[in-house]
Design a protein around this ligand. Structure first.
Ligand code: G4P
Length: 543
């Protein structure tokens, strides 16, 4: 018989939604919570968000810019599963934090606006998931509006992202003519019947089997013929469904629906939870660590300071990899070389923190952090080992930072240090003699504004940012590389990261390509090593 640990592992699913702003991530998240019974009327996530504005000055920036600076972890039960949804910030711009959250996920849901197709932010996030080889499920949203032809969207996924899609269901019409989706496996039509609740409550489901008399009644002759042709085309010309290919992100199961009206949310959730993997093994310096290993282990993938300005606290987010976390336990921090107590753990529903008693692999817990954790830290019971590093991603925007008032330099440095530990920015040091101002690098340009705002409001230092004309940073590795004498041609600069590792900043693609051509013996790395995952047997059963 399976142990309690094995049962808890088997029923967990930990994933993130990746999308471009406005595709409907907040709406879908809310609908998932609605179906999970975690909220009773959709609309409350937004309402709670509005309340938070009123109480937290840390959120002022969010209010001013209408962006979400923070991200949270939501846990909800659904059909025997414990579902962990890692919410990635959804604003116009995004940070390394968004990328790093993906290292804690075992699968991703790519949300696409049916009218817009693959948009830039989706593309970037997709590439991170691809790099990690986690399964990616696609939900095409807003079918209740006129959108693009489903076949053209499939084609775009393949052309732009290089992934083939396997439609699990297929839409009939869009906009006012949207009639529903046809489930290819069950061979039934889910009929779309709009109601007046604006998606506040679960949608009524009306299933019509293929070949039934009713189908001929609910679809016009033209709609029926079109559906038959489409399905035939998919059956004959499309790929076979393979769980193994899905696990390796070689195909993406494709779903259609409309989050606003709740249509298609339940069928999606059901199929997703069946196909998505349970918590995965992760590689470490002592080999793979299995979720069912009884010794507790986990890694810190995100640190957030000042979540509650009244307490000026810092929270380290830890993803549990193996064993059971029990309240009040201690674990060994390999980097510090000592045992630490994992204090004040909390789990999150939207912005509300609730204290927890225990947690299992796949779960994320928020630990009170008096400043002792760093992103990438491994915490484990027993002998020390480390999980393969949480990657740092190559920033694309750079600026030299100075304190407006030189007497506030110390505060500025403290702020930069903290925000860099939190992963908001990366700090680089200029090479050469004398004290030089630090350079910060960020993945999204808006992070520079966030940095300026936070250093001023939280650390009391006004800072000046002089933007630098670089757009790529590469960690350069190779026996012949000497950072001090690397040829300087005006369109690049050599710096060091916090660990003293050399990087070269390049002005543009051309400068980078030129350096690569000139130095074939060197490696130009855009990110540190990845956390590698090991997948279970693709023929596994769901609980
Ligand atoms: P985001 O988190 O990805 O940025 O997107 P969000 O859910 O905030 O949705 C962006 C807009 O798209 C919202 O409209 C939302 O209501 C709408 N939307 C989401 N899903 C669907 C859908 O299935 N069909 C249609 N027609 N619209 C959808 P808004 O006008 O910006 O905001 P609101 O006034 O509705 O809150």
């Amino acid at each position: 018989m399976a142990s309690e640990l094995e049962r808890e592992v088997a029923r967990r699913r930990t994933f993130a939604i990746i999308s471009h702003p406005d595709a409907g991530k907040t709406t879908l998240t809310e609908k998932l919570l609605l179906y999970g019974g975690a909220i009773h009327l959709a609309g409350s996530v937004k309402a709670r968000r509005a309340r938070r504005h009123a109480t937290s000055d840390w959120m002022e920036l969010e209010k001013e810019r209408g962006i979400s600076v923070t991200s949270s972890v939501l846990q909800f039960p659904y059909a025997g599963h414990a579902v962990n949804l890692l919410d990635t910030p959804g604003h116009q711009d995004f940070s390394e934090d968004t990328y790093r959250t993906l290292t804690a996920a075992d699968s991703a849901v790519m949300l696409i606006d049916a009218a817009k197709g693959v948009e830039p932010q989706t593309k970037k996030l997709f590439q991170v998931c691809r790099m990690r080889q986690i399964p990616i499920f696609t939900f095409v949203n807003k079918l209740d509006r006129y959108g693009r032809e489903p076949l053209s969207l499939m084609d775009e996924l393949e052309q732009v992202l290089g992934i083939r899609a396997f439609p699990m269901n297929w839409p009939i019409g869009s906009g006012p003519e949207f009639r529903g989706v046809y489930d290819r496996r069950a061979k039934v039509l889910h009929l779309f019947e709009g109601d007046q609740s604006h998606g506040e409550r679960e949608v009524k489901e009306h299933l019509v089997p293929a070949g039934s008399v009713e189908l001929r009644k609910v679809l016009s002759e033209r709609e029926l013929q079109r559906l038959q042709e489409d399905i035939e085309l998919l059956d004959v010309g499309g790929d076979e469904f393979s769980r193994e290919k899905c696990d390796r992100a070689l195909i993406t199961p494709l779903f259609f629906g409309s989050a606003m009206t709740n249509f298609g949310v339940r069928p999606f959730l059901d199929a997703f939870l069946t196909l998505a993997p349970p918590p995965l093994e992760r590689l470490s310096t002592k080999g793979p660590v299995r979720p069912a290993d009884t010794r507790f282990s986990g890694f810190v993938f995100k640190i957030q300071a000042n979540m509650d300005p009244a307490h000026r606290d810092r929270v380290a987010f830890l993803r549990v990899v193996s064993g059971r976390y029990v309240k009040g336990m201690s674990a060994y921090n390999t980097r510090l070389g000592k045992e630490v107590r994992l204090a004040k753990p909390s789990q999150f529903l939207a912005a509300e923190r609730t204290a927890i008693e225990d947690a299992w692999p796949g779960d994320v817990i928020g630990l009170f952090d008096p400043g002792q954790y760093r992103i990438g830290d491994t915490l484990a019971e027993g002998a020390g080992f480390e999980f393969e590093g949480v990657p740092r991603f190559s920033p694309e925007h750079f600026a030299v930072v100075r304190a407006k008032d030189p007497l506030r330099r110390k505060q500025m440095e403290k702020g930069l240090e903290q925000l860099s530990e939190e992963g908001t920015v990366q700090i680089f040091h200029q090479l050469g003699m004398g004290m030089k101002d630090p350079i910060v690098g960020v993945v999204g340009a808006l992070q520079l504004e966030v940095l300026q705002y936070r250093v001023q409001h939280e650390y009391g230092a006004d800072i000046l940012l002089d933007r630098l004309p670089y757009s790529h940073a590469r960690w350069v590795v190779g026996p012949s590389f000497d950072p001090k004498s690397f040829d300087w041609e005006g369109n690049r600069q050599t710096v060091e990261d916090r660990d003293g590792k050399p990087l070269v900043l390049f002005r543009d693609d051309w400068a980078l390509d030129h350096a690569k051509e000139k130095h074939p013996e060197l490696q130009f790395l855009s990110a540190a090593p990845q956390l590698r995952l090991v997948f279970p047997d693709p023929s596994r059963q769901s609980p």
